[in-house]
Write a protein that binds this ligand. Structure first.
Ligand code: ZN
Length: 165
């Protein structure tokens, strides 16, 4: 059986389309996986913050350490903040948890005294547009909940008012 030119051209075109679709699906899956790791990172930072809070300020008036922005999270890597054998603190020895795997930028921390924040106030967040200008970013609430939100969602707006780089 012989192939005409048009058949060959069609076959190549279809093959290219298949490769393009396959590549797009692969890129999307990889992006989704990174967004998930990003959310897990914020959850780990929250757990580490709770460890430090209990260790340093445990008792009747537990409180967060003083610190703003990315420094708030980076302070959790200091020796006194790592009460072994707590899982979150152990994971925090790996500095990659302090950064979004998509943008490779530090997470934002509270821009004010975290102790004054309410449970539903954002304690941490991705850098603005860390996942692309058309994609939602991860926001960590003081309650420990991580939300994937996009502007103009009120949590997104609050996140970039109440956290700083
Ligand atoms: Zn991220």
């Amino acid at each position: 059986m012989r192939f005409t030119l048009i058949q060959s051209v069609l076959a190549v075109a279809l093959l290219s389309l298949g490769v393009a679709i396959g590549t797009t699906l692969f890129v999307n899956a990889k992006q989704r996986q990174r967004v998930e790791i990003c959310g897990n990172n914020l959850g780990t930072l929250w757990k580490a913050a709770q460890c430090r809070r209990l260790l340093r300020f445990g008792g009747t008036q537990p409180g967060y350490q003083y610190g703003y922005g990315a420094a708030f999270w980076r302070a959790l890597r200091s020796q006194e903040a790592n009460p072994s054998p707590m899982d979150a603190a152990t994971t925090l020895r790996n500095a990659s948890v302090l950064q979004c795997p998509l943008a490779a930028t530090d997470y934002r921390g509270p821009s004010g005294d975290a102790n004054q924040y309410g449970d539903n106030d954002p304690l941490g967040a991705d850098a603005i547009d860390a996942h692309g200008s058309q994609s939602p970013t991860n926001v960590l609430l003081k309650s420990g909940t991580v939300m994937l939100v996009q502007r103009p969602h009120p949590i997104w707006v609050a996140a970039y008012q109440m956290t700083c780089p």
